[in-house]
Design a protein around this ligand. Sequence first.
Ligand SMILES: *Cc1c(COP(=O)(O)O)cnc(C)c1O
Length: 435
Amino acid sequence: MHHFSYQDSILHCEEVSLEEIARQHGTPTYVYSAATMADNYRRLANSLSGLDVQLCFAMKANSNLAVLRHFANLGAAFDLVSSGELKRALAAGGNPQACVFAGVGKTEAEIKFALETGVYGFHVESEPELARINRIAGQLGCKAPIAIRINPDVDAKTHAKITTGKSDNKFGIPLKFAKAAYAAAAKYPHLQIKGVQMHIGSQLTTVAPFVEAVKKVLPFVEQLKRTYGITYFSIGGGIGIVYQDALASGAASWWSPRRKAKKPLTPEVYGAALQPLLAPLGLKILLEPGRNLVGNAGVLLSRVEYLKRGSGKNFLVLDAAMNDLVRPAMYEAYHEVVPVTRQRGRRSLKADIVGPICESGDCFAKDRVLPEAREGETMAFMSAGAYGYAMASRYNTRGMPAEVMVSGRTFELVNARESFETMIAGEKIPSFLKA
Ligand SMILES: *Cc1c(COP(=O)(O)O)cnc(C)c1O
């Protein structure tokens, strides 16, 4: 469920007109629904009934400070992948001591900073990393809490660039070497073995791979509990969302034939399948959802610059580009694109939806059927709350887009559009070029 729907022909986020936001803050602009995020959070947090569950929001999906504060207020900790993200958690008022630090390439400086700040656990991805964390903890005179990320070698059946749990991915330690890795960890004086972790991939749309992975590692997790007294099992994130017909339950079908909306993998289905497997462990369960909490809670607003009619091909040229939303170019991802103001009786149009960047890859959709759009009209990319702004860049010297958060009838700018001056603030012309 999300809180985007047409009210009197205008697409609203909760009670706020998206035309109003586009008027006040321009485009391209990301808009987030606080109520949708809260619903998503609560549904997932309640999905594993009877278990001691901590949600660690994977902030790489959306690390805007307002979004982080909102989740911290709801009770979330964070899954971090850099010291920059740890600083964001602190800046947003989160509790670092409940956060977990993941990633295959933690630098010495990052490990030191995380130890000084205090984190719930380092999610370790290799044996050299164990040695490094032990050494730095020794220098600081403390013990580092760790969990080893195990790679269960299951196929998450998702896009190749977002699958992480196969043995040929760079992530984690294969199950068959994990026992030796834990034995190595136990020998280090400055490590405290606290848990075990896995994460098999992103945008999973069925529960089967999660079940397969948990079943596969379960005996090993039980053994770790007996041998080392681990207290937690992090089962990662990866729960997918609906991209195709994201508005279908609302009104997207007013111009296209009504298709049955894709069934999402709901938190309830996820929880019901995993709860009976996890309950007997008697461990605290960490979830690291990213996309599932924020994906359908955000849209990207953009304006139509031109409708360019070609020979046998039409192009709808928007003011948003691959630098604002890279998922279609990078993952061949689908985003539903809808006009913010709907009008009955409009002709339909088949067009490629493209941005202004000088790359053929700057294309959001090929041969998309949508109502004939006009210059200046506001369009919305649905389900753009995850890996949207977070992956944006300044390519073509386009400033980072603005971000707005909506709650009920109110909305506020939570990140100003980047100005040219801040974009070039760190650059300088060297003295040897100044004739
Ligand atoms: C990216 C990532 C997540 C979140 O993935 P989603 O698909 O957005 O839920 C969770 N855990 C780890 C270790 C990750 O790398």
